[in-house]
Ligand binder design. Structure first.
Ligand code: ADP
Ligand code: MG
Length: 259
């Protein structure tokens, strides 16, 4: 389909809004009638720019729904999402797609790399899709940061899981996004590979001022974050920050929740 004019998004100028994600009275109901499931109840939370947030909670507690609503992948039933200074409710599907493409990065549990493309082409793909020519130096630097310079011509199928996920992190960062959303990014990896991936996300926050929001069920992974949100039955039931963010404390809080 060819459109005569690209849809225009009027981004609110970055007038020092220090919030990367602002969720207000967020509610999400999946299905309807007797099948309806309330995945999020009146959820309120603000995530500062340049921070690393982990989202935890039992299976079915609403973690993925929260991530999808915050990232503009799913529309909430009510309430508001402000992402990178932009209130999402007023945006069309096309505008949401552009916002995600240009200003948001995603990392998935199962990598989602394109099998037929080389590592370098996978990493550069978000730029290509945006009609931007990848700067070879910048691309090389990014591949080097994630330790894949020597694998740049390989296909994803020729890499280990950890290497594939590092490529996926490079792809998520290539546009210089304001927010990276990661749903169980270490869920399919061994401990050592998981640590590498978490280190890269942490570095993106510390060095590039990226905001990272990561769903995980692993207390050791969550301990890399600045703040840990704990969900149960679609509600925020606990928050840990500062010195509370250790694998031991997180594991204890999660264990208490299971009782
Ligand atoms: P989590 O990621 O914490 O496991 P989810 O956000 O996937 O939780 O799901 C929260 C609740 O919403 C669960 O009860 C789940 O069954 C339900 N749910 C999620 N997605 C859908 C969907 N597309 N249709 C119906 N129910 C859904
Ligand atoms: Mg989930």
């Amino acid at each position: 389909m060819k459109t005569t004019q690209p849809p225009h998004i009027v981004y609110r100028p970055v007038t020092g809004s220090s919030l990367a994600v602002d969720l207000r009275s967020l509610r999400k109901v999946h299905g309807r009638g007797r099948q309806a499931v309330i995945a999020l109840h009146d959820f309120n939370h603000a995530i500062p720019r340049g921070s690393f947030t982990a989202v935890m909670g039992p299976s079915g507690s609403g973690k993925s729904t929260l991530l999808h609503c915050a990232a503009g992948l799913e529309r909430p039933s009510s309430g508001s999402v402000t992402l990178a200074g932009q209130e999402l409710a007023g945006l069309s599907e096309r505008q949401l797609t552009l916002l995600r493409r240009d200003r948001i990065g995603f990392v998935f549990q199962d990598f989602h790399l394109v099998p037929a493309l080389s590592v370098a082409a996978n990493v550069a793909l978000p730029l290509r899709l945006a009609g931007r020519r990848p700067d070879p130096c910048r691309l090389e630097e990014l591949l080097s940061t994630v330790g894949l310079s020597d694998k740049r011509h390989r296909r994803p199928g020729e890499l280990s899981g950890g290497q594939q996920q590092r490529a996926a992190v490079a792809r998520a960062l290539v546009t210089g996004p304001e927010v990276v959303f990661a749903d169980e990014p270490t869920g399919a990896l061994d401990r050592a590979s998981g640590r590498d991936v978490l280190g890269l996300l942490r570095d993106a926050v510390n060095d590039l001022d990226t905001t990272v929001v990561m769903v995980t069920h692993d207390p050791q992974a969550a301990a890399w974050a600045d703040e840990v949100l704990v969900l149960a039955d679609g509600r925020l039931v606990d928050r840990l920050a500062g010195s509370e963010v250790t694998a031991e404390t997180i594991a204890a809080r999660m264990a208490a929740l299971e009782v």
